[in-house]
Structure formats: C-alpha cells, structure tokens
Design a protein around this ligand. Structure first.
Ligand SMILES: [Zn+2]
Length: 256
C-alpha cells in the first residue's frame, strides 16, 4: 500500500513537471508572398502580444520553467535574412530568448552578419543539417561528416557547442536518430503532439506556426503544457487522493 502511494506521488510529481511549449517559425518577412510557412511581421508581433495576454513566460533556451508557470520557447528554422534584420533585434529589445536552427548553408553565407547581431545570453544556436533537405536514407558517415561540419560553424558563430538538433522537415529514420543522439542532447520535431505520458524528455515537439493560424490553435497547444490544464493531471490527483483515503480507512479499521 505504501509503495502504491509512493508510486502515485511520483506520478503526480511527473505530471507536475512543467512542460515547455516550443513554437516553430520560418521566414518572418514584412509581406508574405507565396511561402505557406511564412508569417508576416505584423502577425508575429501579434503572436508575441498573444503570449503576453495568455501570461505565458517566454524563457530563454537553457532557462528552466518553474512549476505552475506557463512557459514557451520560440524557435526559428532554416535561416532567413529577416531573422537577422527583424526577429533578433525585436526579441532582444523585449529581452526574450529564442532558438535558431539554421542550416550550415545559411551559417556559411551569413557568418559575419550573424556575429554582429548575436546575443549569447538570449539566443541559442542549434543544428539543422546542411541545407534543410530531408536526411532520411542517408548513411552514418555522411550524416556524421555533415554534423561535424555544421557543429564547427555553430561553435564559431555562437561561441557555444551545439546541443540541440531540429530534424529537417521533421523527418527521421533509425540511422538518423542514432547519429543525432550521439551528437546532440535534445531533438526537436514538428509534431506538436504533447502525448501523454511516455514522452521522452530528450525529444521536444514543436508547433509549426502558420500565418493563417487562429489564436485558438495557439491556445489549444499551450493548454497541453500546464499541470492544471491537463485532464490527466486531475485524474492522477484524484487517484492519489483516493489512495490516501483508502490507506487511512484501512489503517483505521486495523486499529479499531
Ligand atoms: Zn527546415
């Protein structure tokens, strides 16, 4: 019985562990052309205001989320000039952090410019392969060489070792997973499935943010991160309470 209560307690603590919502962006141009992944700058600012309105704390990579706090992180994939000209200055002026999963190609082409705007306290540079093409079907050696090459650049540009990796196009196979796990500590997907409860801590799902998203989609995604908003947490808490009551009743019966 005591063991069961202990298990229920551990389970509740597990659920109470704050999860961090990670949003995934691509290009943030002034005006969106025909890029379905792009979000215009006005809409991006509205998104930041939405997070403030929802009392979501935007934490910098590496910063941890406190219990009962709604936490989110922003991530920007592939690499676009507007990340350098617009996104980084905007975030820095608000004191907010973000991940950048730029390709080796983008890093090579924009090295100097990146170093000018880079803010090491707020930003983390993650790996994303060399050219944003799917890495499925590649052999170990090719992947290893590619990662080594991009990791060198990441270290040179940001001054930090790459620990985070976002799968290009969110696609992966067994070989890729194996090499990624040897090279990096955390993996980022674009599934946005906060699936309960056996989520690997090293894997982080992200919500791909589209320009035409209604706020409800963002809100729904955020609802998966907080203890009090998950029905599973309530079930676990009720179960925990029930076990304690049962234990007390049994003990009482034994004593009388
Ligand atoms: Zn990509």
């Amino acid at each position: 019985m005591r063991a069961l209560i202990f298990l229920a307690l551990i389970f509740s603590i597990y659920l109470a562990e704050p999860r961090i919502a990670v949003f995934c962006f691509h290009s943030i141009p002034e005006k969106v052309g025909d890029d379905p992944y792009a979000l215009n700058q006005q809409r991006f600012l509205e998104f930041l205001d939405f997070l403030d309105k929802e009392k979501v704390v935007l934490i910098a990579p590496g910063e941890s989320c406190k219990p009962f706090m709604k936490c989110a992180q922003l991530s920007f994939d592939d690499g676009y000039e507007n990340h350098l000209d617009f996104v980084i200055p905007e975030l820095v002026s608000r004191g907010k952090g973000a991940f950048f999963f730029w390709t080796g190609e983008f890093l090579t082409e924009h090295e100097g410019k990146i170093q000018k705007v880079w803010n090491q306290d707020l930003m983390t540079l993650g790996a994303h392969g060399w050219s944003d093409e799917s890495l499925m079907g590649e052999d170990r050696e090719t992947l290893k060489d590619m990662f080594d090459k991009s990791d060198l650049l990441i270290e040179k540009v940001s001054g930090e070792v790459a620990l985070h990796f976002a799968y290009p196009r969110g696609e992966r196979d067994d070989t890729l997973i194996e090499v990624v796990r040897k090279n990096y500590q955390y993996e980022y997907l674009v599934n946005a499935s906060y699936s309960f409860p056996w989520r690997f801590w090293r894997e982080r799902d992200r919500l791909l943010v589209f320009g035409n998203h209604k706020e409800e989609i963002w809100r729904e995604y955020l609802s998966g991160i907080a203890l009090w908003e998950s029905p599973w947490s309530w079930i676990a808490i009720v179960l925990f309470g029930f076990l304690i009551a049962l234990f007390r009743i049994r003990e009482h019966a034994r004593n009388s």
